[in-house]
Ligand binder design. Structure first.
Ligand code: SAM
Length: 375
């Protein structure tokens, strides 16, 4: 159940940290998951009469990510404690997959804490690559540093602490980056209300009982920990990230957030070697999503530097079914075909998709010859 009253199935998502292990090792040779069986559909996981038998599900298109029933708490497992697995929603894994920086490349994560996407990027670029994790807030930068260490990524990620991304200019080592991931603060309107599943209190199905009835979660907390990190399942004790807690979606608030988000994107457009960047939010509001993309495309800097939305066909997530809202590009000074192409380049996740909440991501590329191509 979400704060809008929608009933949804929200599994627990796990990203395998490939800097430390592999998906097959986590599933086959670990004490935590070795008795789990693979299912292909989410309903199998939620409505099976034998939830206690443990199921996992691997989504198409998202490598090294799997989901389990939310009643399973894996935080006491060796894999979690040692940073081999990271509790990160599927939706939150989309930006790094969409950005797809080549191995060994230099990437900037402009709004990095608590570091789910920064560490994901590190796993993608590998030990020959470099990721600058820029974070404005001093406290959140400390959480980021902890996460980087736990993920075993300290040789790849350089934390740029207490620094506003928009102040990074010529002379800063991050200025030379070719790839950027931008995941700025947002209204958090896609975040699902947190539900605590306590397996010991679940009335597990037995013959003659409806499994829907049996799987009623224990709702302990409401929104006090609905920060971004808990949307990503990333918060650990003492590390609650309350960045998006207000979920204030009044129009004025959305417009002021949109101005801030646009400023982040426009600054990223000025990086001299940048060829590809993603912009993402955990908001479902077009004001913070397609409308920011539209305004960014209409900016002088985008035109001067040749930034555009990457064509759907060039992206690793080209077969993702839910795309941007085309009507939001109606005031783009372009033919209908181009507006459609622009919307097609965006990806949306709905709150009810079971991927960890509502989400938006787009990839911008620059026409420098190789920018739109997969490496
Ligand atoms: N990408 C992160 C993850 O997946 O773990 C979550 C990022 S959260 C939505 C946005 C972060 O951007 C917050 O930690 C916030 O403090 C930081 N931030 C906001 N404005 C910033 C700026 N101008 N420069 C750098 N960081 C900023």
């Amino acid at each position: 159940t979400s704060s809008t009253g929608l009933t949804t199935f929200n599994p627990r998502w796990i990203r395998v940290n490939t800097l430390k292990t592999r998906l097959s090792d986590v599933l086959d040779s670990s004490h935590t998951f070795d008795s789990f069986k693979e299912v292909s559909g989410m309903s199998d996981m939620f409505f099976s009469p034998t939830v206690q038998k443990h199921y996992y599900r691997k989504p198409e298109l998202l490598p090294e990510i799997f989901s389990i029933h939310p009643s399973h708490d894996v935080t006491s497992s060796e894999q979690y404690k040692s940073g081999k697995i990271i509790l990160q929603s599927a939706a939150s894994c989309l930006p790094a997959i969409m950005l797809n920086p080549p191995k060994g490349s230099v990437v900037v994560d402009g709004c990095a804490a608590p570091g789910n996407k920064t560490t994901h990027l590190a796993a993608i670029v590998g030990s020959k690559g470099k990721v600058f994790g820029v974070e404005r807030d001093k406290y959140r930068a400390e959480v980021l540093e902890k996460m980087v260490k736990k993920a075993g990524a300290d040789n790849i990620i350089k934390t740029v602490k207490a620094t506003d991304f928009t102040t990074i200019t010529e002379g800063h080592e991050a200025w030379e980056a070719s790839y950027l991931l931008l995941d700025p603060s947002c209204s958090g309107s896609g975040i699902l209300e947190r539900i605590d599943w306590d397996i010991s209190k679940l009335n597990l199905p037995s013959a003659g009982k409806s499994s829907t009835q049996a799987l009623k979660p224990q709702r302990k907390r409401k929104r006090e920990d609905a920060g971004y990190a808990s949307a990503d399942n990333a918060a650990q004790p003492g590390e609650q990230m309350e960045e998006s807690i207000e979920q204030d979606t009044t129009r004025d608030r959305l417009l002021s957030l949109a101005d801030f988000q646009l400023a982040i994107v426009l600054h990223a457009f000025t990086f001299p070697n940048a060829k590809r960047m993603t912009y993402s939010t955990c908001s479902i509001h077009a004001e913070e999503n397609e409308r920011v993309v539209l305004r960014a495309l209409q900016s002088n800097v985008a035109k001067a530097r040749g930034w555009r939305v990457q064509s759907r066909k060039d992206n690793p997530l080209s077969t993702w079914h839910r795309r941007g809202l085309v009507n939001e590009f109606a005031d783009l000074d372009a033919h209908e075909e181009e507006r459609k192409r622009t919307a097609e380049g965006c990806i949306r996740v709905n709150r009810t998709d079971g991927l960890g909440g509502g989400f938006f991501v787009v990839c911008f590329v620059r026409d420098t010859g190789d920018a739109g191509q997969l490496d």
